[in-house]
Design a protein around this ligand. Structure first.
Ligand code: UQ1
Length: 451
């Protein structure tokens, strides 16, 4: 067993108490007191990266030196949504109250950041509060644009309808419902033409559904179709080579470069476009549709042109995760413009780098820590199997465990379903989990060369 101390590679000196109990925190600060705030570090966003970083930073810097700006009252463990879509977990198991996961030593302002003003070291919130910072960490994730597909929101609002999405807690239950309700016809799964958080998830729910249909004895009546905007099944060849035989063996139709552009819920028709030949349009009848919305950087970020790159994400150095122009600005997680896959595991691996570099920047010292682009994706391939993909910026496998990971395994499924949620709530959010690098190094002597 690895001790907490060993996992905490960050050099934190104080032991920080994390209150994982379900008590609700009450704040005596009234709204008018929020008018003008100042802090050493402002963390914008209370998702995986923001929460873990606020925990690390407030532990080091002391009470109320860190402000965390987050409007939501619930914190969802989003990696559970694929399992909920397959009926393996419930939405109620996927969240905790934000008040229970944000660190006690940070001051939570329950508002949304509306304007970034990095030239004046100020962020403005929805109520007009201005927050002045010495150091800013942007951790606001990305934005789901369900409304960019005409007809999709209408389809997702039809009671007990045939269209669902694991990308929202609001629509995820509809996915399992549609798996249960479908009797015959086309089960269509999409992947949009945009950056995607957890790019493996759209095909995890595809594999789970296909397995579900077999278990229920209705597979022969259903065509299982994956329409992806990408030219490949998976961006890392090592794992794509393992996935193609699975789709072939399981008779799943994969159409590449096929992008969902419209849903006509009154006729149960989905319209797709061939991205290589845009005049080629396909109308496909569905008996169930799993829709993945197009995604983008959040609007409040993209409107601050000085902060973002050409695709709207925070323009950071891909190694240090420091902003290329504003040296007191860093980013973590899905909103970062670093060219890694956007997953919770990436945010975990980024967190010690961002933490140490921010502390160095605060002290005016050089930044010595660099992120290698680590991302991991537990590709669940059914109700008892999973391929754990792990790789870096170069799309080279960077595997933790000593056995080859390009194979379906029950152990990896067990880890994804049972261990990861525990690790997330008890280690990652309180700031103790720095990704699996330490574990990978411990296993190194036992690893066979896979070349
Ligand atoms: C991981 O670090 C992480 O973030 C907390 C996940 O998201 C929930 C993961 O799914 C995985 C696989 C990792 C990597 C951890 C190990 C032990 C390989």
């Amino acid at each position: 067993m690895i001790s907490l101390q060993a996992l905490r590679q960050t050099g934190l000196s104080a032991t920080r108490s994390f209150n994982a109990s379900s008590t609700i925190r009450h704040f005596s600060v009234s709204r008018t007191n929020y008018d003008n705030q100042e802090c050493k570090v402002l963390v914008v966003g209370g998702g995986s990266g923001g929460c873990a970083m606020a925990a690390k930073l407030s532990s080091k810097l002391g009470k109320d030196k860190v402000i965390i700006l987050e409007p939501a009252d619930k914190h969802y463990y989003q990696p559970m949504f694929t399992l909920i879509g397959g009926g393996m977990k419930q939405v109620d198991q996927s969240y905790k109250l934000m008040s229970d996961v944000l660190p006690q030593k940070a001051k939570w302002i329950r508002e949304k950041a509306t304007d970034f003003d990095p030239d004046n070291n100020v962020v403005k919130t929805s109520s007009g509060t201005t927050i002045k910072y010495d150091m800013l960490l942007i951790a606001i994730g990305l934005q789901l644009n369900f409304n960019k597909i005409p007809g999709l929101v209408e389809a997702l609002e039809i009671p007990n309808g045939k269209v669902g999405s694991i990308y929202s807690p609001k629509y995820v239950d509809r996915v399992y419902n549609s798996l249960r309700n479908i009797k015959e016809g086309n089960a269509i799964f999409t992947f949009p033409a945009s950056p995607v958080k957890c790019p493996g998830a759209p095909q995890k729910i595809l594999y789970i559904a296909e397995h579900y249909f077999r278990k229920l004895g209705k597979r022969n009546n259903i065509n299982v179709i994956y329409n992806t905007s990408l030219p490949v099944l998976f961006g890392v060849k090592h794992y794509a080579d393992a996935l193609w035989p699975i789709v072939k063996k399981r008779n799943i139709t994969v159409n590449t470069r096929r992008n969902l552009i419209e849903v006509r819920p009154e006729k149960d028709i989905a319209i797709f476009q061939n991205l290589d030949n845009p005049s080629e349009i396909y109308e496909e009848q569905y008996s169930m549709l799993h829709a993945v919305p197009p995604m983008s950087a959040p609007d409040e970020l993209t409107k601050c042109k000085e902060l973002v790159n050409e695709s709207g994400f925070v323009d950071v150095d891909k190694s240090t995760l420091q902003h290329t122009k504003y040296k007191n600005v860093f980013a973590i997680g899905d909103c970062s413009g670093s060219p890694n896959s956007k997953t919770a595991a990436s945010a975990a691996a980024q967190s010690p780098v961002v933490y140490r570099n921010m502390i160095a920047a605060l002290a005016g010292k050089p930044l010595n820590n660099s992120y290698d682009g680590y991302a991991s994706c537990p590709l669940v391939t059914g109700y008892n199997s999973c391929i754990l993909a792990e790789f870096d910026y170069s799309l080279t496998p960077l595997e933790t465990f000593p056995m080859p990971q390009n194979k379906e395994r029950y152990t990896m499924f067990f880890m994804k379903k049972q261990l990861m949620p525990m690790l997330y709530w008890t280690l990652m959010l309180p700031g103790y989990w720095n990704g699996p690098a330490l574990m990978r190094n411990l296993f190194a002597p036992f690893r066979f060369s896979q070349k």
